[in-house]
Design a protein around this ligand. Structure first.
Ligand code: SAM
Length: 192
């Protein structure tokens, strides 16, 4: 019987490509928002989720991410704000979802199960209690995919084994930022 991990072997990916870029369903790449990196890194660190993959194929965006990480992990920012340096410790830049999957496989010794997220109910749906229980009960590795723009593109969605049900409020309005969605979902899965 596999022993339960002391904490779930769960990683998170913030996907900037392929995502839906506009309300007409056009698929492309979005720009990286530095605030997303900081906020998601802090949430991931709080809930024991690592690594946080920041996925973009755009070299200009990779350079931006590199500057942010080096400033806060080794540069002046690290000294001025050590907790921020700690939060960003597990951020890994990735050129694609497949690159993140390969990296995670190297780290954990096996390919992860991939769970997508979206504001709309989709196929392959799984509930929070069920997923939380599966994550705690075995040594499988998991990768949670969060999109940007108008959501994960079809190619990214096709890589998901499951889709978590959308976070919903009591009303019809449902336009959470990815930062809010990540915090809510991680707390539902791993909060004390
Ligand atoms: N309309 C898009 C959708 O359906 O995913 C919302 C895009 S939102 C700006 C960016 C990302 O935040 C989504 O790809 C998803 O990962 C996450 N997200 C946003 N709202 C969510 C919700 N209500 N439930 C779960 N995830 C959500």
């Amino acid at each position: 019987m596999t022993t339960a991990p002391d904490r779930p072997r769960v990683a998170l990916a913030l996907v900037h490509y392929p995502v839906i870029r506009d309300r007409f369903g056009g698929v492309g790449a979005t720009s990286v928002s530095p605030l997303n990196i900081h906020d998601l890194a802090r949430a991931a660190r709080t809930y024991g989720v690592a690594p946080l993959y920041v996925v973009t194929p755009l070299l200009s965006q990779q350079a931006l991410i590199g500057r942010i990480l080096s400033h806060y992990r080794e540069g002046y920012g690290a000294g001025a704000n050590p907790t921020r340096a700690e939060a960003l410790r597990d951020v890994v830049l990735s050129g694609s979802i497949n690159e993140a999957l390969d990296d995670l496989c190297r780290r954990r010794g096996g390919y992860p199960s991939v769970v997508g997220t979206a504001a709309r109910q989709g196929p392959k749906s799984i509930g929070y209690p069920d997923l939380a229980a599966r994550m705690m009960e075995n040594s499988r590795t998991w990768l949670l995919l969060f999109g940007t723009g108008w959501g994960l593109g079809p190619e990214a969605a096709a890589q998901c084994d499951f889709f978590l049900g959308p976070v919903r409020g009591p009303g019809e309005f449902n336009h959470l930022s990815v930062r809010s969605a990540v915090a809510i979902i991680l707390d539902r899965l791993f909060g004390k």
